[in-house]
Design a protein around this ligand. Structure first.
Ligand code: ASP
Length: 472
């Protein structure tokens, strides 16, 4: 069994071990050969002295990124060779036997060279090589650790993880849907979920009370550094019988504990996090996601805050509202299931623009890293909101199932969905979501490695009853 390159091998001075991995930074100095061996857990300096080895003649064959197995003795490095930047910088492995497991072409870019990093196209075409970079590997590991923490925390707090369907029907989150043609029902289409919003609310009606999911969400939107084209992940949560402040407290506790455990070098600007009024925030900062850090150059400062008391509606614009019905003045500020605050209910008829809602946004260092709300659980109120946003009978008919469910005992409920990718981007001090995603799309929505999206065969189209129109 191979030994992994982690902290514990530092304690194995004088012992013989076998390590496996990739050759990084190969240096040949006369007869001596040095390299760093890279595995999924770290880097270890290897020294090969032909006279110390059973098969020294193999050294001339070694190349960058070759996969090798090395048996050798762990020893302390000389005082001058100690590398404090490296986890195993005080030790090295004196090779006794080196086996080449597989060879590598010369990679299209230098794997470990931060200064001369390749462009997006090349990095994504060879993503499996790009991920060999220490920083990228670290980001992927951290992504797992953060998700693992959330799973454990929520499980310990009585939540159940549920996988909701990917082949579903349009969910109104304000973006364009990805649609999937149905073979069995020609002319009909599934939509990929923009978020599991309706399902999680239906799970509350089912009586689950505390739900979460590491949910893939699909939105056909143009990319920005902090918005992926195509798909992204949310920590989707929903709870019954909890009011807004109870939900916010629970999420704040989870985030705080996660940061303290996994990012101990970070510090919080505020504890507890402030709950800011949307109106005040807009007046003061002209944005609803202000960067509240005291020192914006401090990489370890985290200024989490809540923004609450959003207006229930914004003025309708054709583009803003997903159906672009355009026949009403108002569109939902968050989504159309968000509950208005009780004290403003009477304003709904007279001055809808003044009604405040139970929407809540989680902001961090100038990014919106999560949003959610207390939902409407009264069917009459839901219908009223739909009328105000100009839902036609046809649009209402699309929510027949939701409406029907609301006739069978609905608990008060609400939730939130922190964005996993965006949260990680901030925590890991990355400038782009692609740095925290294993296989992202390019900014113009392609995967240069798999070459997707791709054409499909005429037979596949026929089977689906589809025809491609020639581009004009
Ligand atoms: N479904 C919402 C979103 O994707 C989150 C929520 O309201 O819980 O933004």
């Amino acid at each position: 069994m191979k030994t992994y390159i982690n902290e514990t091998i530092k304690k194995q001075i004088g012992e013989q071990i076998t390590v496996c991995g990739w050759i990084n930074k190969l240096r040949k100095m006369g007869k001596l050969v040095f390299f760093d061996l890279r595995d999924s857990t770290g880097l270890l300096q290897i020294i090969c002295v032909p006279s110390e080895m059973t098969n020294g003649e193999i050294l001339k064959d070694l190349g960058h990124e070759y996969v090798v197995e090395i048996t050798g003795i762990i020893q302390n490095r000389g005082e001058k060779q100690i590398n404090k930047e490296m986890l195993t910088g005080e030790i090295e492995l004196l090779a006794k036997d080196v086996k080449i497991i597989s060879r590598s072409n010369v990679p299209p870019f230098e794997i470990d060279n931060e200064e001369r990093q390749a462009g997006e196209e090349l990095r994504l075409k060879y993503r499996y090589l790009d991920l060999r970079h220490e920083r990228m590997m670290k980001n992927i590991h951290f992504r797992h650790k953060v998700i693992h923490f959330f799973r454990n925390f929520l499980t310990d707090n009585g939540f159940t993880e549920v996988q909701t369907p990917i082949l579903t029907k349009s969910t109104p989150e304000g973006a364009r849907d990805y649609i999937v043609p149905s073979r069995l029902h020609k002319g009909k289409f599934f939509a990929l979920p923009q978020a599991p919003q309706q399902y999680k609310q239906l799970l509350m009606i089912a009586g689950l009370e505390r739900y979460f999911q590491i949910a893939p969400c699909f939105r056909d939107e143009d990319a920005r550094a902090d918005r992926s084209p195509g798909e992204f992940y949310q920590l989707d949560m929903e709870m019954s019988f909890m009011n807004q402040s109870e939900i916010l407290d629970l999420v704040e506790e989870m985030m705080t504990k996660m940061v303290k455990k996994l990012f101990p070098e970070k510090h919080f600007t505020f504890s507890p996090w402030p709950k800011l009024n949307y109106k005040d925030v807009m007046e003061k900062y002209k944005t609803d996601k202000p960067d509240l850090r005291k020192d914006k150059n401090d990489k370890n400062e985290l200024a989490f805050a809540w923004v609450i008391n959003f207006p229930l509606f914004v003025e309708q614009s054709q583009e803003d509202f997903f159906h672009g019905s355009g026949n009403a003045k108002w569109a939902p500020s968050h989504n159309m299931f968000t509950a208005p605050q009780e004290e403003d209910l009477e304003l709904l008829d007279k001055e809808p623009g003044k009604v405040k809602s139970y929407q809540h946004d989680m902001v961090l260092n100038g990014f919106e890293v999560g949003g959610g709300a207390i939902r409407i659980h009264d069917v009459k109120l839901q219908e009223k909101i739909w009328d105000l946003i100009g839902f036609t009978d046809k649009q209402k008919a699309q929510f027949k199932h939701y409406f029907e469910a609301f006739k069978y005992g609905v608990p008060p409920h609400g939730g939130i969905a922190p964005g996993i990718d965006r949260l990680l981007m901030v925590l890991l001090n990355e400038k782009n979501l692609k740095e925290v995603t294993a296989f992202p799309l390019t900014s113009d929505g392609r995967d240069p490695m798999m070459e997707s999206p791709a054409e499909v065969s005429k037979e596949q189209l026929d089977e689906l009853g589809l025809e491609i129109k020639e581009k004009k």
